[in-house]
Design a protein around this ligand. Structure first.
Ligand code: HEM
Ligand code: HEM
Length: 143
């Protein structure tokens, strides 16, 4: 059961990377003066799936953490990183849905949306590092 949360987060991260790759033509057309085709629909679907799964995985991690460690958010860096991922994920979802439902020429909001999500994907990599250590501690008999 302890592995369910890490596996979900890795799957969500890969989907997020795909959403980022799909958004790259949009970065090129909005900020680099290149004319590129942006598959908006596919970006929205994979982005929604990535962030939805990652937020569910984060809540699942918090529940399992409570179960295995005996207290809420007691693992230190991994727990704080999780809260940051939660905040960035909500921002990515909210700003993305706003952009999707109210299309009009914009530059700043898409940029803030893209940067927030990029930061989230980088932070998730650091979570994998601290999470691995946590997993080894649990596998070794717990704290
Ligand atoms: C991990 C998830 C996501 C990543 C990494 C991501 C990344 C990006 C990036 C880098 C851009 C280009 C921004 C720019 O060039 O200034 C973008 C644009 C956009 N994203 Fe996302 N995004 C994600 C999730 C979502 C979600 C969940 C939605 C909505 C359901 C969404 C809707 C959009 C839309 C509509 C644009 C185009 C905005 C415009 O042209 O005005 N994204 N995204
Ligand atoms: C986006 C990435 C991730 C986020 C946001 C995240 C978030 C969280 C949170 C909030 C907790 C509760 C911590 C506590 O109670 O102190 C947790 C628990 C845990 N996390 Fe993560 N995590 C992520 C990725 C990972 C990865 C990749 C691994 C493993 C390599 C991992 C391993 C664990 C373990 C072992 C626990 C204890 C509960 C359990 O066994 O499921 N996490 N995580």
């Amino acid at each position: 059961m302890a592995y369910a949360h890490p596996l979900l987060q890795v799957a969500a991260w890969l989907l997020g990377l795909y959403a980022l790759a799909l958004a790259w033509p949009r970065v090129a057309s909005l900020h680099l003066g290149q004319s590129r085709r942006f598959n908006r629909r596919r970006h929205q679907i994979t982005g929604l799936a990535a962030l939805g799964l990652m937020l569910l995985g984060t809540l699942g991690g918090a529940l399992l953490g409570r179960l295995y460690l005996g207290a809420w958010l007691s693992s230190g860096a991994h727990a704080w990183g999780g809260l940051l991922v939660l905040a960035l994920g909500l921002w990515g979802l909210g700003s993305g849905l706003w952009l999707a439902n109210r299309p009009q020429p914009r530059r700043l909001l898409p940029l803030l949306h893209g940067l927030g999500n990029l930061l989230l994907l980088i932070l998730a990599l650091l979570q994998a590092r601290s999470g691995r250590a946590l997993l080894l501690t649990l596998a070794g008999g717990g704290q």
